[in-house]
Design a protein around this ligand. Structure first.
Ligand code: DNO
Length: 359
């Protein structure tokens, strides 16, 4: 297992590589090239420059989060083949700079959704929170506007400006698409890119839907053990794998996270883990929380134990943290609480390693 942290390059992060290097046990970063428009090829020269910067700071660049998928691929339009060829070319360039894991998602229109990016907790920290009624009563453009107000000027991955202007039309488009067609479009994409990823030594790791239920009638399909099984069966190559995001899957109280982790890790299909905790509120509502089990409703010990005991050898990153100690950073991605989260997860892992030796 390797512990990494997410980091946004080219001045779009308040957290520095030097700071990340000083978090004990963190060996690398999950990063991206936000400057490349979705659908275009990520240039080898820029990737090489990025890798050199990260390596010079004493960290590894083995994980990319994310290469976003052009919407024509998700919609199954004839123009998708050009974008798929570009995706294949990007995979080759990523392989050439030593990337081994690619986190991405196939969610239509928007990636994740929250009603508040700075919801105050009793301890004076702030967190991302989700109130179902508020989200469904706003249209996506208003959600984006309200999120932008609280993002402190940092880009919000998944809410890139280029998506926003067409959101209304895109939502309309999906009303005429069946779930079956959506799965078919996913398979078409996977069958074209997974063999290339595999040849390049890259494991693809799809991120589950966040939140794990449909919004605005959009086809969201990576949210339960059952539909994850369907997803994996679309293409049997082990390079067609998963990011297990505990906060995303865990928002559905029916999801048995340790069982999901064990099943798919033992099958060799989990390549990346985003680990965080959430506190359930009424109905579908939730607040994100500190990682510690006692701060939320997920049992982080049982979660880490499930990875550990299933022989997980992929990457883990602490996921969204609270904003604490007056830090000013991209919501969810400050340094302090994620560093606390990383140490807690590493502590659980060490204890599990050593318990194994005692038994
Ligand atoms: C949110 C992230 C997601 C994730 C993408 C992967 O904070 O977990 O935006 O990076 O879904 O493509």
């Amino acid at each position: 297992m390797k512990m990494i942290m997410r980091w946004f390059p080219f001045g779009d992060d308040s957290v520095t590589l030097r700071q990340i290097r000083q978090v004990p046990g963190v060996s690398g970063v999950a990063t991206c090239l936000p400057s490349v428009p979705v659908g275009e090829v990520w240039p080898l020269a820029t990737l090489t420059e990025l890798k050199d910067t990260i390596t010079a700071a004493g960290l590894e660049m083995e994980v990319i989060e994310s290469v976003n998928i052009h919407k024509d691929i998700k919609k199954g339009l004839p123009s998708r083949d050009r974008y798929i060829e570009n995706y294949q070319a990007t995979l080759r360039n990523l392989g050439a700079v030593g990337v081994t894991c690619l986190c991405y998602n196939f969610m239509p229109v928007m990636d994740w959704a929250r009603s508040d990016l700075a919801h105050p907790l009793e301890d004076g920290s702030t967190v991302l929170s989700y109130r179902h009624k508020q989200v469904t009563e706003m249209n996506p453009t208003r959600i984006a506007e309200s999120m932008a107000k609280k993002s402190l000027g940092y880009s919000l991955p998944g809410w890139e400006p280029e998506r926003l202007h067409a959101m209304g039309a895109d939502i309309e488009f999906y009303k005429s698409m069946t779930r079956d067609d959506y799965w078919k479009n996913m398979k078409y994409f996977l069958d074209a890119v997974v063999p290339v990823a595999s040849e390049c030594g890259i494991n693809m790791a799809i991120h589950p839907d966040d939140p794990p239920w449909p919004l605005f009638d959009l086809p969201k399909v990576i949210s339960t053990a059952e539909n994850i099984r369907t997803f994996l069966s679309l293409n049997d190559n082990p390079a067609n794998g998963l990011t297990i995001c505990t906060g995303s899957l865990g928002a559905n109280r029916d999801n048995d996270l340790p069982a999901i982790i064990r099943e798919f890790t033992k099958a060799g299909r989990v390549h990346f883990a985003h680990i965080r905790n959430i506190k359930y509120q009424d109905g579908l509502d939730f607040d994100e929380s500190a990682h510690l089990s006692s701060c939320g409703d997920l049992d982080l010990f049982a979660i880490v134990q499930a990875f550990h005991d299933s022989g997980f050898d992929g990457y883990i990153r602490p996921d969204h943290g609270r904003m604490i100690w007056d830090e000013q950073a991209r919501p969810g991605y400050g340094l302090y609480d994620r560093a606390l989260g990383a140490e807690y997860l590493l502590g659980l892992w060490e204890a599990l390693d050593k318990c194994g030796l005692c038994n």
